[in-house]
Design a protein around this ligand. Structure first.
Ligand code: NI
Length: 175
């Protein structure tokens, strides 16, 4: 089991647009396994590849994140594309790359996303609420778009000190 370091705001790798996955090689298989180990060790429900320093278009998540392994439902989505969306809703959102920060962000309330799994099989997922928010948030990471750009100008001003501290030290409240 390997817990990866999650890059925090200030690392330039978070700002790059990630590239399509062309083949799932052993390096990626190992990385995905480590990303799931990491996911279950941190207070979050999703990790995008750029957050662990890999600028490829995939992310892992578990909407049913529980402590007991029997209740887990890990999902990996490779080369995801949002194929439909509807409605708009504003809810609090956080990001492992901005530890301790939660801000209201406006997102589509319902989403359909397509991608492939590790075997190259096509996946279509749809949902609302937290699922829709998670998918849009992780898709942002693949574009190099961060929470700091999604928050309101007012929140950015209000949290300027804390964001600068994350940028400087790589952490705020916790690791
Ligand atoms: Ni994030």
């Amino acid at each position: 089991m390997k817990i990866l370091r999650i890059l925090s705001y200030g690392d330039p790798r978070l700002l790059r647009k990630s590239e399509e996955v062309r083949e799932v090689d052993q390096h990626m298989v190992d990385l995905v396994r480590d990303m799931f180990d990491t996911l279950y060790a941190v207070p979050g429900i999703g990790i995008a590849a750029p957050q662990v320093g890999c600028n490829l278009r995939f992310f892992v998540f578990d909407m049913n994140r529980r402590e007991e392994p029997g209740h887990r439902s890990p999902v990996i989505l490779i080369n995801p594309v949002i194929t439909a969306q509807e409605g708009m809703v504003t809810e609090e959102e956080g990001c492992l790359s901005f530890p301790g920060i939660f801000v209201p962000v406006e997102r589509a309330s319902g989403i359909e996303v397509k991608g492939v799994d590790m075997e190259g099989k096509s996946i279509v997922l749809e949902g609302e609420g937290l699922f829709a928010r998670l998918i849009q948030h992780e898709m942002d990471h693949l574009e190099g778009m961060l929470l700091s750009e999604r928050m309101t100008k007012w929140d950015r001003m209000r949290l300027r000190g804390e964001i600068r501290k994350i940028e400087r030290t790589g952490r705020k409240g916790h690791a």
